[in-house]
Design a protein around this ligand. Sequence first.
Ligand SMILES: [Zn+2]
Length: 305
Amino acid sequence: MGFTLQGQSIAYSMLEHYLNLGAPPLLILHGPAGVGKFSSAEWFVQSALCETGNACGRCPSCRLFLKREHPDYIQFPEDRILIGDEKQPAPFTVRWLLRTRLQYPPFKAARRYIVFPRADLIQNEAETALLKTLEEPPEHSRFLFIVEDLELLKETIISRGVSVPFHLIPGSDMAKLTNQNDHYLLDLMGGSLELSGIVLDQSFSQLREKIEDGLAHPMGLHELEVFVSNEKNFQEWRERLDRSYEEILDLIGLMILKSSERLADFPEIADTIFRFKAGIHRRMAGMTHYYLAQLFTRIGRILFA
Ligand SMILES: [Zn+2]
């Protein structure tokens, strides 16, 4: 395949997963500048459009893509994105996209891909118009938003998408900074020194052990479920990280993902975790425990049935 994403194993495994199973309507690639978000988005789109699915570089679709002429790839400029004139919207405005592209099926491929390299520069009205589209996304079009900091996007946008985290700091620097060479930890910290406070903590290694246990035998999985389902167990993390229980669960999902990387059933487990993440991302009141129960039932079935 020729594409490797240095030190971004979570982002890479998520993108690969969605290449195999089809992308959700909106992927949000977030993380600091210069860590491969844009090249990952390009690789993702090229692979999705490629006739052999691996960004081969030789098929007609890849050749068009590499010449930047693929009709089903729309890359917005790294600039302010406006709603556009009501009557005659200029190219690369949101009205232009909606009226001259999204209304119609793709030209060549099964799906069209639309990339916003600076999703944070989508202006207010334009964002509102896009949001309507994202609420009922056309089956034939997929969006990729790139942003340095998720907090620059509206919560309503974030909740429509699946976020793909990229590292803040290269693993090697992170290793030096935290005096760590455990890749499990370095990947999870995502280069974030904010998280490293938790990751290096005793309670974190305990949870990690519980996860390893849970992946090893049914009783361990049951204990893990009981532990994770009790919100009180994460009170201290929540305070220290200033995150909601759902955000903490998202992190725990990534821990389970990392811990199962070496297992033969990894693809099924990854799929289950991504479905869980998508579920808790919707932030539907009262549903968190339902999604948690579903997650553990599915993992149990995959590993021990
Ligand atoms: Zn190709």
